[in-house]
Design a binder for this molecule. Structure first.
Ligand code: HEM
Length: 377
């Protein structure tokens, strides 16, 4: 029933409306302020590490959960501030290894959920679903206490408007599906992108310096102002190109007529996928495809041969609707961290660990990143 799983084009179109409103310019202008506050807390957290190595993956997990909890459900987790933990993180870690391999074989997932509901990894997946559903339920009940400005407000509004269109069970399932989609699509993807962005600040100090040059005289709490900075935008684009958070997945059906690609006919009703990680590193699409060159996105366009190969948020009707929120987080985090710190790899840490231990489990799971955040004077 959720936007991402519906197969009916009309239903997808109808369902997308609430999402478009929930992440519209109007909604984002409120969310931007809240994300910016979370970024201040994140920056303070790195200051507390002083020059000790910070476990970036855990801290970013907390940050993303804090932001999504706030923006989606008006829920204050304060995990970064309290150095807290949520059971969701452990359950997610245990559930993903089994979801990764069946990403493109959804019927196998259904079969597994039916036949092995007691298998611990399947239970971990159900925990993630239950967490999302219950949090939305709680938010739904809180609605009677007064209006809240969050994404859930739009989904609850949609729920009420669907009265008379769907029966109660269908409406409940729809709201639950939306909650699960929002939590899963909105957290792991952004987590991966932020981890890689912080790693890249350490790996490419010259690019961090160029960002510092750009952010002088710019309001660091304003993601809209930051969006006009070409090197920052190029830095984020290279981060998403070299490790797209949705690395492979997102299959499509060729439909009843099949699909003609460069004079090759792919037969009807075949599942096809365009793996984003592979496409974005094609030498036919990018000059020096494995090199991190932010300038290719503004001053050196000759380094881009075929821009279509860059699609970290996918394209077309089913493209990511959460892009504005993801970009707000990326812009604010990269700009503020580059402003406050010289970022370096921890002395005993092998910088390649992030790549060597990387896993493609529906979303990218980068290996551990350990960084030193040295405050700048
Ligand atoms: C860097 C962060 C993100 C990346 C790289 C990303 C990537 C993607 C991609 C590739 C798709 C298309 C999947 C497909 O083709 O089937 C998608 C869909 C979607 N994303 Fe994101 N996403 C990110 C963040 C978010 C956030 C923050 C949210 C919301 C809170 C979100 C919500 C969604 C939803 C609802 C869809 C389904 C759209 C539809 O089917 O019409 N995403 N995302």
């Amino acid at each position: 029933m959720s936007v991402v799983f519906t197969r009916s084009e009309q239903h997808h179109k109808d369902t997308l409306k609430a999402w478009a409103q929930a992440l519209s310019g109007t909604a984002m202008s409120t969310f931007n302020v809240r994300v910016s506050e979370h970024v201040q807390v994140l920056t303070n957290c790195f200051h507390k590490y002083s020059e000790e190595a910070a476990p970036v993956n855990d801290i970013v997990s907390r940050f993303v959960f804090d932001v999504l909890g706030d923006v989606l459900f008006s829920k204050k987790y304060n995990l970064v501030e309290t150095n807290g933990w949520h059971e969701y993180f452990d359950r997610r870690k245990d559930a993903l290894p089994v979801l990764g391999p069946i990403n493109d074989v959804t019927w196998l997932g259904h079969l597994m959920f039916l036949l092995a509901p007691f298998w611990s990894r399947v239970r971990d997946w159900f925990y993630m679903v239950d967490y999302s559903v219950q949090t939305m339920q709680q938010r739904f009940e809180d609605d009677s206490k007064g209006p809240r400005m969050d994404m859930a407000a739009y989904f609850i509004d949609e729920y009420h408007k669907l009265e008379g269109v769907y029966d109660l069970e269908k409406r409940n399932l729809h709201l639950q599906g939306t909650a699960v989609t929002a939590v899963i699509a909105g957290s792991d993807t952004t987590r991966s992108a932020l981890i890689v962005a912080l790693w890249s600040l350490a790996q490419y100090p010259d690019h961090a310096e160029k960002i510092r040059d750009e952010i002088r005289n710019v309001d660091l709490n304003d993601p809209v102002a930051l969006s006009a900075l070409p090197h920052l935008e190029g830095f984020i684009a290279e981060t998403l190109r070299l490790l797209p958070p949705a690395m492979s997945g997102a299959p499509r059906d060729t439909g009843p007529e099949g699909l003609l690609v460069e004079n090759i006919l792919i037969p009807p009703d075949v599942k096809v996928t365009s793996p984003k990680y592979v496409m974005a590193r094609l030498p036919t699409a990018f000059v020096d495809p494995n090199e991190f060159i932010p300038e290719r996105w503004y001053s050196r366009p000759e380094l881009i041969i075929d821009k279509r190969a860059f699609a970290p948020f996918s394209v077309g009707a089913r493209a990511c609707v959460g892009k504005p929120l993801a970009y707000t987080e990326l812009r604010l985090v990269v700009a503020n961290i580059a402003h406050d710190f010289d970022v370096a790899f921890a002395p005993y840490y092998d910088s390649q660990t992030m790549w060597l231990d990387l896993k493609d489990q529906v979303t990218a799971q980068p290996g551990d990143v350990k960084l030193i955040f040295k405050p700048r004077k």
